[in-house]
Ligand binder design. Structure first.
Ligand SMILES: [Zn+2]
Length: 344
């Protein structure tokens, strides 16, 4: 009788504990406490072997019934708790699929790349082809073939960054060497636009940078004259700055062109009335140009009696600064995202 009572007590306390369990972790503890290797019911089952043979079957049967009852109560409670816990998890940690997504930050082209692409695009439309050359250049291409012999003042040591002690190699000081490289390889007609990085031994300040960008353009064909050059540059300037811009040429000197000129455009800030941007004279200098010197043709094996051509070059940073009213060239290279984002 006392055996039955003990079993009844175990069953009652187990079912009460199961009923009061508030988590699957707690339920696991209860299972171990009753059915585990050292659990209460397990201990009871072990004791059955020491009973008189006549009582063993009855006690065994009763103990198994209790065991089944506990197991089924555990299973039922476990199912209930699991689904509750899942619901709670969904309530507290769920994804709200109605929220708008996070927009990934998208990169954009650098403002200088945009200007280069725009200018190159205008000349592609005029039938020009793009050419590029190395940034580390031989003296021949950077200077000598462009009619700048060793004693020429334009080669002054202050301006040029030399790559080797013998000074045969330089960081190109302009994009004009691309002219020589193209003409060495191709016979006229050539119509080429050549964008690229150039280097000068300059101290960085608001208007100087030791690295900046140029775009060189040139055309060689039969019967090319100065009128073609002016017409080409006017077309270009009107496309880049607007058809209301006036264009002015001033005589100038470049070693590789003859005659040479600097080209001004009526101020894009004041329209020519005079303002701070144009130094109150109404004009902005934007490029240099001229007819390619016969000596340059001789250096690349072109016959100056048969062919003629023009060349022009401009600074990309200068054009970007004028267009957007930027007063410090260093902003282009500091990569401050707040500055760059304004142009994307
Ligand atoms: Zn102005």
């Amino acid at each position: 009788m006392s055996l039955t009572k003990d079993l009844e007590k175990i069953k009652k306390s187990a079912l009460a504990a199961i009923g009061g369990a508030d988590s699957t972790d707690r339920l696991e503890e209860i299972k171990v406490a009753y059915l585990g290797r050292k659990g209460e019911l397990t201990a009871f089952l072990k004791n059955i072997s020491s009973l008189p043979a006549a009582e063993k079957p009855k006690a065994g049967k009763a103990a198994n019934e209790v065991k089944l009852a506990i197991e089924s109560a555990l299973a039922e409670k476990s199912a209930g708790l699991s689904s509750n816990e899942m619901e709670r998890l969904l309530e507290t940690k769920a994804l709200d699929t109605s929220l708008p997504g996070r927009i990934p930050s998208v990169g954009g082209r650098h403002v200088l790349t945009q200007i280069v692409d725009e200018i190159v695009g205008i000349f592609l439309g005029l039938g020009y082809k793009v050419a590029e050359g190395p940034e580390v250049e031989l003296d021949w291409y950077n200077f000598e073939a462009l009619n700048m012999p060793p004693e020429h003042p334009a080669r002054s040591l202050q301006d040029t960054l030399y790559v080797n002690a013998g000074r045969e190699a330089v960081l190109r000081t302009h994009t004009s060497p691309v002219q020589v490289r193209v003409m060495e390889k191709q016979k006229p007609p050539v119509y080429v636009i050549a964008p690229g990085r150039v280097f000068r031994r300059d101290v960085t300040d608001p208007t100087h940078s030791p690295m900046f960008h140029q775009i060189e353009g040139f055309a060689v064909d039969r019967n090319v004259n100065f009128g073609h050059l002016i017409g080409t540059l006017e077309t270009f300037i009107h496309q880049l700055f607007g058809t209301e811009r006036r264009v002015r040429l001033r005589p100038h000197f470049f070693p590789y062109t003859e005659p040479s000129a600097e080209v001004d455009v009526s101020c894009i800030a004041c329209g020519g009335k005079g303002c701070r941007v144009c130094g109150h004279n109404g004009w902005l200098e934007i490029l240099g140009c001229g007819m390619i010197d016969p000596n340059v043709f001789k250096n690349v094996g072109y016959d100056p009696e048969e062919y003629s051509g023009f060349a022009f070059g401009m600074g990309v940073e200068r054009i970007a600064m004028l267009r957007y009213g930027i007063s410090d060239i260093r902003l282009f290279f500091e990569n401050d995202i707040r500055f760059l984002r304004q142009f994307t």
